[in-house]
Design a protein around this ligand. Structure first.
Ligand code: DI6
Ligand code: FE
Length: 396
């Protein structure tokens, strides 16, 4: 081996088989790829080490993967939080022209540089919580120019922070006010934008919100037909406020993930399992909207549907920038075990993005790592509002 990077004197949680704990462990990477991980005393001889990190006994884990964020937007909606605390519902505020539409106006008016500055601050906050890969959705432009601007900003985040960024086109978020009441016409427009955004290299995946206040399964299918023709993977926001058939649609379309899932039938769970679709749980939105219906975690677990946990960072329903806090909430509010929560923010989150080269510390995986001032990874799920990540590394 030539030109290796060595992390040594670490307590590893490889997540390769359960927690995969290795006391006094070491990791060796070359060209950003893990070549070896194990107890230091078994370190292969003759390594040409060109960079070395002494962890001083700290915990070393895979870098976290946030599989669902809406990082690109302007303005803030704290006023709606006050309205909700006073009794208004999320849907009522949306119907009255607030919600996503309020963020639309601010985002359309913002320059690319202003959007980038705001998004960078958010991405760095996620990284401070151990996030090395982040999915970033558009969806607060809802016209071609602003959707393109948002996706360009998403692409630029990775170059600026070193994180891996997966861009997702969420043109089918809601119908914008200029064509209020003409959702089919808007879907038609979204279908025409997608090929040009894809040609510009801006789209890694396509998302749609299938909900009474957003789009029907038939409308989502039209967008996904275009995605399929472009060989782009799809994912669905579904089952947040009711079951409109979004999860069934996700499974039928072979979606990478279906996200939210508080409202899910037994048949949906079987379909997700058969399709290999990841269930992405979003406890931040559940918490912030003070919802009471939890996703059917026990049934998802029993069926063997992989569960991921993400921030759903957005300016309305989930203004959090802490994936570690979501690990805690996934346990306390939804009943995941700490190990399930960790797998949900690493290997299953990567799967929700169609990525199989990260999420564990093992040969062949990317050298995306996070160091923590913790004795055991389960402490991260126990604590809340405190995520002692001391360093992150991402493969070049
Ligand atoms: N993701 C979304 O797209 C919506 N809810 C969610 O969890 C709306 C986000 C917003 O209110 O801006
Ligand atoms: Fe979302």
């Amino acid at each position: 081996m030539t030109g290796c990077t060595l992390w040594r004197n670490a307590r590893l949680a490889t997540l390769a088989d359960g927690w995969g704990l290795v006391e006094r462990g070491a990791v060796v990477a070359e060209d950003g790829c893990i070549r070896w991980a194990g107890p230091s005393r078994q370190l292969p001889a003759g390594l040409a080490v060109t960079a070395e990190h002494d962890l001083g006994g700290a915990l070393l884990t895979p870098g976290l993967v946030d599989a669902h964020t809406h990082l690109i937007y302007a303005g803030n909606r704290a006023g709606e939080f006050e309205q909700r605390l006073a009794g208004a519902s999320y849907a009522e505020i949306a119907r009255a022209g607030g919600g996503i539409r309020a963020t639309l106006d601010a985002t359309r008016a913002a320059s690319e540089e202003a959007l980038l500055a705001a998004a960078l601050r958010r991405a760095l906050a996620l990284r401070a919580g151990g996030v090395t890969t982040v999915e970033v959705k558009s969806g607060y432009g809802l016209d071609l120019a602003t959707e393109a601007r948002s996706l360009r900003v998403a692409r630029r985040i990775g170059a600026a922070t070193g994180q891996s960024v997966v861009t997702t086109f969420l043109g089918a978020h809601v119908t914008p006010p200029e064509i209020e009441g003409r959702a089919d016409d808007y879907v038609e427009a979204v279908c025409t934008w997608l090929p040009s955004l894809h040609r510009a290299g801006l789209v890694d995946a396509v998302d749609a919100w299938c909900e009474e206040i957003a789009f029907t399964p038939a409308q989502v299918r039209r967008v996904f037909a275009v995605a399929r023709a472009l060989r782009l993977p799809v994912k669905v926001h579904a089952g947040q406020f009711g079951n409109q058939g979004g999860a069934a649609l996700a499974a039928a379309c072979g979606a990478l993930s279906c996200d939210h899932l508080e409202w899910l039938s037994t048949a949906d769970i079987d379909a997700l399992r058969a399709a290999g679709t990841v269930a992405v749980l979003l406890p931040g939105a559940f918490y912030s909207l003070r919802e009471t219906r939890v996703p059917p975690v026990a049934a998802l677990r029993a069926a063997g549907v992989p569960m991921a946990v993400a921030t759903d960072h957005n300016p309305g329903s989930s203004p959090t920038l802490s994936l570690p806090l979501m690990l805690n909430m996934a346990c306390t509010l939804f009943g995941l075990t700490p190990l399930e929560a960790w797998l949900g923010a690493t290997v299953h989150a990567a799967q929700a993005l169609g990525l199989h080269d990260r999420g564990r510390i093992a040969p062949g995986q990317r050298a995306d790592l996070a160091a923590w001032d913790l004795d055991h990874p389960r402490e991260l799920a126990h604590r809340f509002g405190d995520a002692p990540c001391t360093a992150t590394w991402t493969a070049p």
